[in-house]
Design a protein around this ligand. Structure first.
Ligand code: ZN
Length: 170
């Protein structure tokens, strides 16, 4: 059954594309009344019949609840920082002896936040010491950012792929 390998795009109540799910999961959400089909592209992947119901599964469904509200900003932990910074010192690119660097040192009021913490190797970290990057003459590879809400990240990717003319009125 090739159709059952299709995936369905899930939208939030506010029509924000959230993620892509397996068609079987989409059918379950439709049957349970947790989602409704949206006729976005006008095509139906599959029709599911049983004696009592007929469900048309489109390429997109819309949830009746808003799971995006349940997302919380991940904590600024070593594990999460390593993932964001791709296990690389953000000053020299070294992949060994990694530690956490506060860009504006804590002694100068720098906070333990996504924007002020990067992965750095022990060498760069001690060379920088109690200075800001400017004071130490060191440059960051990229400006550190907080992780993007997964729905926002998915939405950006989704709209890039659709190649649809944007509705100017919205
Ligand atoms: Zn380094």
């Amino acid at each position: 059954m090739k159709t059952l390998n299709h995936s369905v795009v899930v939208f939030s109540r506010n029509y924000l594309p959230l993620n892509q799910i397996n068609i079987k999961r989409a059918i379950a959400l439709l049957v349970m009344g947790k989602a409704e089909p949206i006729d976005f592209f006008g095509d139906v992947i599959i029709e599911v019949r049983s004696p009592s119901i007929l469900i048309s599964v489109p390429r997109c469904i819309r949830l009746h609840v808003s799971p995006e509200r349940m997302w919380k900003m991940p904590p600024v932990s070593r594990k999460n920082l390593l993932r964001r910074d791709a296990h690389q010192c953000q000053y020299c690119g070294n992949r060994k002896n990694l530690t956490i660097d506060h860009i504006i040192p804590r002694s100068k009021g720098g906070k333990h936040t996504w924007n002020n913490v990067v992965i750095a190797c022990v060498d760069c970290n001690s060379r920088k010491g109690n200075k800001t990057p400017t004071e130490a003459g060191m440059a960051l590879a990229t400006q550190p950012k907080a992780p993007m809400h997964p729905a926002v990240a998915f939405a950006e990717h989704f709209w890039q792929q659709q190649n649809l003319p944007l509705n100017q009125e919205q």
